[in-house]
Design a protein around this ligand. Structure first.
Ligand SMILES: Cc1ncc(COP(=O)(O)O)c(C=O)c1O
Length: 361
């Protein structure tokens, strides 16, 4: 059986380093906002080439706190892709803002820059874009539209640790870059975790207060804050894994290349373009008979996933809350997409086997 993901196997290479780091944290006896969090924040900011990193409790919190830090007013509108994971849209709703869904480009699965302007109104305050599946959005035209209309850019980088656009890592193209360290991510911890990257000391200070009860000094609360902190144990694990992130990304890129070369042309494969350094959190293909293909693979002991089976605008929780539509491109992607195995533990032989079986469909 080829699993889609197996987190024990994907992490096995790091067990000893994790154990050493965990023991170290236990012996120090300091678990919240200490030197492990600070150390990881410093290293991750440096890795991404961005000035400041603020560790928080999850990717959803990273997005929510990013919006809070921008001090938008209730009822302000935020443009967001119509085919994202629900968390992106939830962060907007949780801040009393209005999500305005914009269709993706069917070739890249990322927000279509040519469709942005048609959705901008006097209430638009930000474009919350998502570098989906590990591919950067097409940043030049997005930055141009944001500048022209004086709206912020907030990047959802939950699936794109280390991904690049024209040689620049994602996370610093706008006001805030929000990351998730959910265990399956390319840089995943062993629980929940997230981070926000920002370029100015003012934003960094504001976010440090927001994550910690609105307080910079213990028991003195300057703003209305939250409890959303990355903890020392997870930060230690993340520092261990960050040292291997390029190796993880390179491995996934190698497996993606095998799929790209080996899968027959009946399948619509992800685009490869020199402007993009993709890190393949997910390797998706599309096919008219997606469900039958998935059955065929499962019958041959190959597990797959669907990212995602239901588009956000069709989720029950979203009824009456979303502006815009219809969303035929998003629906087409959700109907036809299939994610193939591409974890750090998969070998080239595993992928050759998946290709061989898939090509028999
Ligand atoms: C695109 C995207 N945004 C946000 C999130 C939320 O991250 P978390 O699960 O850490 O809250 C995820 C996580 O799955 C995601 O894929």
């Amino acid at each position: 059986m080829i699993d889609y993901e197996n987190l024990a196997k994907a992490n096995s290479k790091f067990f000893e380093e994790y154990e050493r780091d965990f023991k170290d944290t236990l012996q120090r006896g300091w678990f919240i906002l200490g030197s492990k969090v600070e150390g990881f924040e410093y290293s991750f900011a440096e890795y991404c080439g961005i000035k400041f990193c603020i560790g928080v409790a999850s990717g959803l919190d990273a997005l929510m706190l990013s919006l809070h830090a921008c001090q938008f007013q209730p009822g302000d509108e935020i443009l967001v892709p119509s085919n994202t994971y629900i968390a992106t849209i939830l962060s907007i709703l949780q801040c009393q803002l209005i999500p305005v869904l914009v269709e993706p480009d069917i070739r890249t699965y990322n927000i279509d820059p040519s469709k942005l302007e048609a959705h901008i109104t006097s209430r638009t305050r930000a474009i919350m874009l998502v570098h989906l599946y590990g591919k950067s959005c097409d940043m030049d035209p997005i930055v141009a539209v944001a500048k022209k209309h004086d709206v912020h850019i907030i990047e959802d980088c939950a699936q794109a640790h280390g991904a690049m656009y024209k040689g620049t890592k994602v996370g610093g193209f706008g006001e805030c870059g929000a990351f998730s360290f959910y265990p399956t991510k390319n840089l995943g911890c062993l629980g929940d975790g997230g981070a926000i990257l920002v370029q100015t000391p003012e934003k960094a200070e504001m976010l440090r207060k927001l994550r910690n009860y609105g307080s910079a000094k213990k028991y003195y609360n300057e703003i209305v804050g939250f409890n959303s902190r990355l903890d020392e144990i997870q930060a230690g694990f993340l520092s261990v894994k960050l040292k291997h992130l390029d190796e993880i990304n390179n491995h996934k890129r190698k497996l993606a290349q095998l799929y790209h070369e080996g899968l027959k042309s009946d399948f619509i494969k992800p685009e490869i373009h020199k402007n993009y350094y993709d890190v393949y959190h997910i390797y998706n293909i599309r096919h008219e008979r997606r469900n039958e293909l998935r059955e065929h693979l499962l019958h041959n002991e190959i597990k797959t996933e669907i990212h995602y089976p239901v588009p956000p605008h069709k989720q029950r929780a979203m009824q009456g809350l979303i502006k815009g539509g219809p969303f035929p491109i998003s629906e087409e992607i959700h109907r036809t997409t299939l994610s193939l195995p591409i974890s750090f533990f998969h070998t080239e032989q595993d992928i050759e086997h998946v290709i061989e079986i898939a090509n028999k469909f």
